[in-house]
Design a protein around this ligand. Structure first.
Ligand code: MN
Length: 478
């Protein structure tokens, strides 16, 4: 096996055994599969690095590769990019296929394995208590971004009232060597922050970088409040996620993380954060948002910094789609049990569009599916419901269903003035708290009782089969 050269270099005796597969052993697996490229020349973290990531994503021979930047200007840490920008790569990391990943994640959700606490984690091989974020190769990606952004940080917090952990990815702008901006999407971490603020105290947060993608996928599930995403991550990797107490704050972080930034979200301080190129490939505006005071940085020897591309790159949204589809499928089935599968599209920013395959037993079920989706995930705006014979991961199949099974005067149902997101350019007001959007359910299922009209035209099945079986006869003898 070819070793990733910096991985075993300089390692002192490891303090505890690392995870069954951690971030760097996953990279070795990509390298063994011939799916890792290295950039050895010095690269500027301001725009140039992002441009190289984009170029690789557009190269048909390299788009399924992970990239390691060995030499990012201003930092001695390598940067790993393009790890989560395709369904194939995320599935490869999870040891599954894109089509099977929804079931894998759903079964993990139903059989969580609680985390375990360990001492002397590798994530603390180096401990820095006078932190300087300038150590890290944090890139600036989109033209108008307000500054460098940490984008792959898994944020671990505890509910200040119940003590239950939450794991989520938030974006962090670098304001100063020991100060980060944070935009908390209106999800569970924001609830933790508001509860701490109510008490007048800071919220401890561990920001882990360089964790296995299974943890990142688990963090994108839409689990109920006060459910530990890392227990689902444990089920995904087949053993408890190992956690370690932080050195400077009252929190825990994954013991195998490459880098952990320990900090506190301050209750009252605000700084101008943004603009930032976001999931809709548009800029979120600059706003006064909370800040994280960094108390310590810990890392492994020769740590690998993980970056997730945002904006026009499919990376941020692909991770979101893979994480959110299983929860959506579960929610839809609780309303309509014959929902077969779901796809949250990358083109829809992994938020706005969902395609649902339904084995329809009753007229009107597609509308039920649409309402269940709107209720389950805030940002879903357009729902396309098709029959179960349509391959929802194939856009041409979707178009076929729309072309042959949908009557615009009967089958498009518009729901007006639903709570939306200011990052949606079609929302009524481009500001938090006032954005509402109009939504749509498209029923592209065949009418009930229309079997005759929808008899598929095809070469007889027995002849197709016979030809396939004797295939050598047709081209072999020439
Ligand atoms: Mn949560």
């Amino acid at each position: 096996m070819t070793h990733v050269n910096y991985i075993d270099a300089e390692r002192k005796t490891p303090t505890v055994k690392t995870h069954a597969e951690d971030f760097r052993s996953l990279l070795s697996r990509f390298e063994e599969a011939g799916r890792l490229v290295r950039v050895g020349v010095e690269v500027d973290p301001v725009f140039e690095l992002a441009a190289v990531c984009r170029h690789l994503q557009q190269d048909p021979d390299k788009r399924e590769h992970v990239v390691v930047f060995e030499n990012v200007r201003g930092s001695s840490f390598p940067l790993v990019g393009n790890l989560c920008d395709s369904r194939n790569k995320i599935a490869f990391a999870m040891g599954t296929t894109p089509r099977e990943s929804i079931d894998r994640v759903l079964s993990a959700t139903g059989n969580p394995i609680p985390v375990e606490l360990v001492e002397q984690p590798v994530s603390q091989e180096v401990v820095i208590t006078s932190p300087d974020l300038g150590l890290l190769p944090i890139p600036t990606m989109s033209e108008l971004d307000g500054g460098p952004y940490i984008t792959a940080g898994l944020h671990l917090t505890r509910n200040p009232i119940t003590g239950v952990r939450n794991a989520g990815i938030q974006r962090n702008q670098v304001h100063a060597p020991d100060l980060l901006g944070i935009y908390m999407a209106p999800t569970h971490m924001l609830q933790h922050y508001l509860a701490a603020q109510e008490k007048g105290v800071a919220l401890p947060v561990a920001i882990a970088l360089g964790v296995h993608p299974s943890l990142l996928v688990a963090s994108q599930l839409r689990l109920p409040y006060d459910t530990d995403e890392l227990a689902v991550a444990g089920a995904l990797v087949g053993e408890p996620v190992r956690m370690a107490r932080c050195v400077a704050i009252d929190a825990e972080a994954p013991a195998d993380a490459e880098i952990v930034i320990e900090g506190e979200v301050l209750p009252d301080e605000r700084r101008l954060e943004g603009p930032f190129g976001e999931f809709a490939r548009l800029y979120g505006p600059a706003r006064e948002l909370p800040v994280v005071r960094v108390r310590a940085i810990t890392h492994r020897q020769r740590p690998l910094y993980h970056n997730v591309m945002s904006a026009s790159s499919p990376e941020n949204v692909t991770l979101g789609a893979v994480g959110r589809e299983p929860s959506l499928l579960k929610a839809l089935r609780s309303s309509v049990p014959t929902v077969e599968s779901v796809r949250i599209t990358i083109g829809g920013g992994a938020n706005f569009h969902a395609v649902v395959a339904l084995r329809k037993n009753f007229e009107g079920e597609p509308q039920k599916v649409g309402f269940a989706a709107f209720a389950a995930q805030d940002l879903i705006k357009h729902i396309y419901v098709v029959d179960e014979d349509i391959d929802i991961f194939d856009d041409e199949e979707l178009h076929y269903a729309l072309a042959t099974r949908m009557d615009p005067s009967q089958d498009i149902h518009v729901v007006e003035n639903v709570k939306g997101n200011p990052l949606d350019p079609m929302s009524t007001e481009y500001q938090p708290g006032r954005a509402v959007v109009n939504k749509m359910i498209v029923d592209a299922t065949k009418p009930m009782g229309s079997e005759d009209r929808y008899r598929t035209a095809e070469v007889p099945a027995d002849v197709l089969e016979r030809v396939a079986k004797d295939w050598d006869r047709y081209l072999g003898g020439a």
